[in-house]
Write a protein that binds this ligand. Structure first.
Ligand SMILES: Nc1nc2c(ncn2[C@@H]2O[C@H](COP(=O)(O)OP(=O)(O)OP(=O)(O)O)[C@@H](O)[C@H]2O)c(=O)[nH]1
Ligand SMILES: C[S@@+](CC[C@H](N)C(=O)[O-])C[C@H]1O[C@@H](n2cnc3c(N)ncnc32)[C@H](O)[C@@H]1O
Ligand code: SF4
Ligand code: SF4
Length: 326
């Protein structure tokens, strides 16, 4: 059910727990906000667990909770507890903006959360407020430290780089890896509906790497796993590592193992693929596990070999990123 027509096995499910967020990042959503799905059309906790159980039973061993902002879902601890009890699940991860993570983290850890990625695009408070349209840099830094203190290693820090906004901070972020056991990941800016993407705002991987190599000695490429989204590097004398997520200039679709379940129950086989199929509707009309597996399997078989390339993607209708969850 989870092998596509190019032989890629899908073992990683990203679940969006909510379309809401306590930030308003410019690269993720339009200033005026996005249309929200009504509550009765969102997946309930029970439905999320039922579908997750089906995926895990079919070979998924890693689930990532995302959103919107997953930590603002009221029952996130309960969701983690139930997911972590699914037999066969090895990794239960979260991608979060870190605004309210620090205080929730001990309970989340007890509930089985194994891995944490925190998004942070700038170390300058005024720029944070400009990029996210909200305040909160200190809280994010607190959450990064709280995650380190609780033993998460590495804590991954996701940094979307945009020309003229935060590309002057690349080396400051790398500097953080000298003492902190974090993996800083520089992400190429990707086009989604409502984020006013323009190739001029994209800082290509080659340019970012060049900046790092010019400033730091002893930068060495690490061996990546074939399903990695990131190209990984170590730097002599640094306890953390540095990576690049090169979706636009060097995509990594040939190793793709990722599937997506959105908050409204739609199933998406590719981040950039506009086609979606509802799992919520058949679930609610009483379709059994075999029927759901058939729907999922057919969608996986329709998955394309790779995304269409950044210029075509910029012209294709997709959802805003906040609805998809990365
Ligand atoms: N093109 C593309 N980008 C992705 C994919 N999965 C994640 N990303 C992007 O990579 C960045 C980091 O995503 P995360 O949510 O941290 O997930 P991840 O990279 O799978 O994290 P790890 O499991 O820790 O490697 C975000 O900008 C995502 O949108 C994917 O399948 N395709
Ligand atoms: C959509 S967010 C959802 C989870 C959580 N709210 C957060 O920000 O970490 C998931 C990831 O997608 C990244 N992202 C959002 N829009 C992006 C874009 N246009 N290009 C590249 N990455 C993007 C974010 O930086 C974040 O790391
Ligand atoms: S990137 Fe995350 S924190 Fe920022 S608006 Fe999107 S969902 Fe919210
Ligand atoms: S763009 Fe689509 S096929 Fe390529 S890695 Fe991302 S989800 Fe997989």
């Amino acid at each position: 059910m989870l092998i596509d027509s190019f032989g890629r096995l899908h073992t990683y499910l990203r679940i969006s727990l909510t379309e809401r967020c306590n930030l308003r990042c410019q690269y993720c959503m339009p200033a005026e906000g996005v249309e929200l799905t009504s509550k009765d059309h969102l997946l309930s906790t029970e439905e999320i667990i039922r579908l997750s159980s089906l995926f895990v039973g079919s070979g998924v061993d890693k689930i990532r909770l995302t959103g919107g902002e997953p930590t603002i879902r009221k029952d996130i601890e309960e969701i983690c507890l139930q997911l972590s009890n699914l037999k066969g699940l090895k990794t239960l991860a979260i991608t979060t903006n870190g605004i309210v993570l620090a205080k929730k983290l001990p309970k989340l850890k007890e509930s089985g959360l194994t891995s944490i990625n925190i998004s942070l695009d700038t170390l300058v408070p005024a720029k944070f407020e400009f990029m996210t349209r909200r305040k909160g840099l200190e809280k994010v830094m607190e959450s990064i430290d709280a995650a380190i203190q609780l033993g998460y290693n590495p804590v991954k820090v996701n940094c979307v780089v945009m020309r003229g906004l935060n590309d002057d901070e690349i080396c400051d972020f790398v500097e953080l890896t000298r003492e902190k056991p974090i993996n800083v990941r520089f992400i190429e800016f990707m086009p989604f509906d409502g984020n006013v993407w323009n190739v001029k705002k994209l800082v290509p991987y080659a340019e970012m790497l060049d900046k790092v190599m010019q400033r730091f000695g002893g930068v060495k490429r690490l061996k990546d796993h074939h399903t990695d989204t990131a190209k990984n590097f170590m730097i002599d004398g640094h306890c953390g590592t540095v990576s690049f997520i090169t979706s636009m200039t060097e995509h990594f679709c040939s190793g793709c193992n990722r599937l997506r379940l959105l908050a409204d129950g739609n199933f998406k086989v590719c981040l950039f693929g506009p086609s979606e199929v509802s799992l919520r509707d058949p679930l609610r009309s009483g379709v059994d596990d075999d029927g759901l597996k058939e729907i999922i399997g057919a969608a996986v078989k329709r998955k394309k070999a790779a995304h269409a390339g950044m210029f075509d993607l910029a012209k294709t209708t997709n959802r805003p990123m906040i609805h998809i969850g990365g």
